[in-house]
Design a protein around this ligand. Sequence first.
Ligand code: NAD
Ligand code: TYD
Length: 338
Amino acid sequence: MNILITGGAGFIGSNFIYYMLEKHPEDRIICIDKLTYAGNMSTLQEALKSPRFVFYKADICDREEIYRIFDSEKPGAVINFAAESHVDRSIEDPEIFLRTNIIGTEVLMDACRRYGNIRFHQISTDEVYGDLPLDRPDVFFTEETPLHASSPYSSSKASADLLVLAYFRTYGLPVTVSRCSNNYGPYHFPEKLIPLMIANALNDRPLPVYGEGKNVRDWLYVEDHCRAVDLIVRNGRPGEVYNVGGHNEMANIDIVKLILNKLGKPESLITFVEDRKGHDLRYAIDPSKIHGELGWLPETKFGDGLDRTIKWYLENRSWWEDIISGEYMDYYERMYGG
Ligand code: NAD
Ligand code: TYD
């Protein structure tokens, strides 16, 4: 099958491409990416050597170009990873989030309708549910939890989810949606918590923790997410939403201390900075549906996944050092000052 993947030069999309090239030698992968600040061709260097991989630099909002690619490549399934994905940037400037995350999703689904009712999977996020209280560890997000997004990023993703489900009901487009918790692993852009803290610790720079660092995220190793998406695309029921997460809740400050400890760096590098506006307190996924229907369970323990991630950042210094320059550095100065 020809599988079209958008956002494949980013963190999760690229990990998914490598997962698929290895796991499914019968499939051909077509990648579309606009190569924004978050997309990096060097990430796809190995994939480009494969005769089963083809890359198009294109914007998912560019209807003409997207139709042209669908026309020539004839995908059998489309998986939409492309997005503006960083909450802090969405607070600074929401507009591009609405364009890419909502309009881009619409254009892709229109192409799916136009070229033969193509199977469409939307990569969404647990952030569409808003947040959970810190003092109720017994409460989790299920697929029935009402959408209650907090940030411009999460509301753009929630809007896209509604649109995707509307295309199922209105046009019968065979869609699925997955809502995953925070991922970590190789190729993670160093503006997000775990890679930023690893990069700063390795450079002996301050580690900026928002507020008191008590906010909780439910971390999943990226490969476990890739396996979940593969299962949903092949065996998931059209029209359904699947939550993906591994019951691995951690407070930010504990993760930061763990990273420093693993790297042998002092806790004095931790710097508490002004809290994020509207900062979600806690995310926690109930993955019973995907476990019950598709047999998915996370396989990587957090300690092992973090060791593998740190090892990757140590062995691939040039990948992230090249990124920590140019546009990203301007953003960093604006965000954290000095
Ligand atoms: P990322 O920012 O690392 O990558 C996004 C990719 O999309 C980049 O390669 C970028 O160039 C590309 N892109 C952006 N706008 C585009 C456009 N208009 N047209 C084509 N390509 C475009 O993001 P990520 O962390 O890999 O996230 C991928 C998806 O997973 C997103 O939809 C995100 O909402 C979702 N998600 C992420 C996490 C997480 O922890 N990172 C968790 C749950 C869900
Ligand atoms: P992030 O990686 O941006 O993911 P998300 O906000 O989508 O969950 O942030 C994860 C958590 O880490 C979140 O609670 C905000 C916090 N954080 C910091 O404390 N300092 C930082 O510099 C960053 C980027 C995040």
